[in-house]
Design a protein around this ligand. Structure first.
Ligand code: TNX
Length: 549
């Protein structure tokens, strides 16, 4: 017997079995419920994906996700299902009866097959993201890897806490091409982020062609922040066709694109492009008086001071320009929101009454185009009145009932909804730690650093007194790019912290503190994402808080 056992231990078949044993599920964001089963499922070149009707599109997505690393071209067939199939179906599993998000799903992996069911295609899409994470990390590789493609048996019931789980990218401070946004969408969708907020203009650059206003791009897109000692970014802009393609790309990843043209401050690029004067009229013929701050301002390729220029609500030209921008952007953007910005306009440039007048009028134009107005929570300030359900994005680090929280509480009083983005817990441009990683990142929101613990250990529904889950529709991570000149820079700041934000936005409320079991558990699951990010060639910060393996 001893001899037989020794032989068996040495047998290649047994060794292979040990090597193929599927790792326990390490899913980010944490599902509502996960029950491990016995055994495992292995996808092979003979695996079929069974789906009918609208589920077939998601089945093709899954086949597409699995193709590069496996080399398999798994067929999508309409059934009937056999043992060993991966089955996707639109259905109403009882486990989801309490879920009204439209994003829930139920997933069963057993030794004899995989079955995913959801009431909507969005739910199925979320479910296939979980399937990807149950497979070995090499599934994220863009080139063929050996496998085997084994998943642990598990039963998952899952749905989100919040309907809005966003990532914002500022392409105003530094231009990024559509391909960079598409790569970010690929990565964010894998963690069930469902909203991409595109900050299309700022003082330093205006990044989208607007018909009838060629100077906005001919002049306004040329600049960017010249970062200290680093190459001056040449600037740039997207054509409307490129923007449309990104909207479609986002939609194919079940992501809503929210366009933002920041007003009335943060738009030196618009003002210097359009101002002109009698002696030197701009080509567009929309001259004079749109700047409430001063005259025709020079280009602004620096960081630091904000609020030295602001669009003037009293100028008819302001409305000619803004109406064209809103008309064209809403026509290009099927999503429900248009973001008018509204942050950081000091009363030295625009009195509060002028600011409120501008916000009110602009929100009215947005509503007239059938969209919900959104903006930084400053738009909830004194004198503004927006349609109920308009969205205020709260960005101040202030919490509890301290005076800095006033914009969030005003928003709630006005019947607005709130996206929580307190800078010290969600701003992806903030340094991880003192001096890390220089020269990237800013430090104003977290003195000692904004590492994974800051991004994980907070609660959006009780952060500001009186602003609860009745008002909060979700969370957002913002990538401001004053110091970030490339997609690689952006990735390094966004990952792995975006995964903490994704979990705070998706997973059920639980006590999250530096010493809580939830945080320790998260760090272990986050560590499992390292090899996936590496396989996908995503640049990320190897935070010392995470037990990477
Ligand atoms: C504040 S918070 C800003 C941005 C900057 C960012 C830098 C807010 C709505 N505005 O204009 O890029 O800080 O961290």
């Amino acid at each position: 017997i001893a001899l037989v056992a020794a032989l068996a231990l040495n047998s290649p078949a047994l060794a292979k079995d040990a090597a193929t044993a599927a790792a326990p599920p390490q899913i980010v964001p944490q599902p509502v419920s996960t029950t491990a089963g016995h055994g495992q499922f292995t996808a092979t070149s003979h695996t079929r994906i069974v789906a009918r009707g609208p589920a077939q599109a998601i089945a093709r997505d899954l086949a597409g996700y699995l193709h590069p690393a496996t080399g398999y071209r798994l067929p999508v067939v309409s059934g009937p299902p056999h043992a060993g199939d991966i089955t996707l179906a639109i259905g109403h599993p009882k486990s989801l009866s309490a879920d009204h998000s439209g994003e829930g799903y139920q997933l069963d992996v057993t030794g004899s097959g995989v079955s995913l069911s959801a009431p909507t295609t969005h739910g199925l899409y979320d479910g296939i993201q979980t399937i990807r994470q149950l497979l070995p990390a090499q599934i994220a590789s863009p080139v063929v890897r050996p496998g085997p493609w084994t998943m642990p048996s598990v039963h998952v019931t899952d749905y989100p806490r919040y309907g809005y789980r966003g990532l914002m990218l500022d392409i105003g401070r530094h231009y990024e091409p559509p391909s960079a946004v598409e790569q970010l969408i690929d990565q964010a969708a894998a963690y069930k982020i469902n909203t991409f907020h595109l900050h299309l203009s700022d003082d330093q650059g205006f990044r989208l062609a607007i018909n009838g206003f060629p100077n906005l791009t001919a002049i306004g897109s040329q600049g960017s922040v010249g970062t200290g000692g680093r190459t001056m970014d040449p600037g740039g802009f997207w054509t409307q066709a490129q923007y449309k393609a990104v909207v479609a790309y986002a939609a194919a990843h079940f992501m809503t694109l929210v366009p933002e043209v920041d007003t009335p401050g943060h738009n030196n690029a618009i003002i210097m492009s359009e101002y002109g004067d009698t002696a030197n009229p701009r080509l567009d013929g929309h001259p004079q008086d749109i700047n409430c701050g001063a005259n025709d301002p020079p280009a602004w390729n620096y960081t630091g001071a904000v609020g030295y220029s602001a669009l003037c609500p009293d100028s008819a030209n302001t409305w000619t320009i803004l109406t064209a921008i809103i008309d064209q952007l809403t026509a290009l953007s099927p999503g429900p929101y248009y973001d008018l910005g509204g942050d950081e306009v000091p009363t030295t440039v625009l009195e509060q009454s002028q600011y409120a007048a501008l916000v009110n009028q602009e929100a009215g134009i947005v509503n007239g185009r059938g969209r919900t107005a959104m903006g930084w929570a400053d738009i909830a300030g004194e004198g503004t009145s927006l349609a109920p359900g308009s969205i205020a994005e709260y960005w101040e680090p202030a919490s509890g009932s301290s005076s800095g929280t006033v914009t969030a509480t005003e928003a709630v009083q006005k019947g607005m909804k709130v996206v929580m983005a307190p800078a010290n817990h969600t701003y992806l441009d903030q340094r991880y730690a003192r001096g890390v990683p220089a020269p990237l990142g800013q430090t104003w929101a977290c003195g000692r650093g904004c590492d994974v613990d800051q991004f994980y250990n907070w609660d959006p529904g009780s952060y500001v007194t009186g602003v609860t889950d009745d008002n909060v529709i979700g969370v957002e991570g913002a990538v401001w790019t004053e110091t970030l000149a490339s997609l690689s820079d952006v990735d390094y700041m966004a990952f792995p912290r975006l995964l903490a934000l994704a979990e705070v936005g998706w997973s059920p409320k639980v006590e999250r503190t530096a010493t809580s079991p939830a945080y320790q558990d998260f760090l272990g699951r986050l560590a499992a994402q390292g090899p996936r990010l590496t396989a996908a060639a995503v640049n990320f910060y190897p935070s010392p808080e995470v037990p990477w393996r």
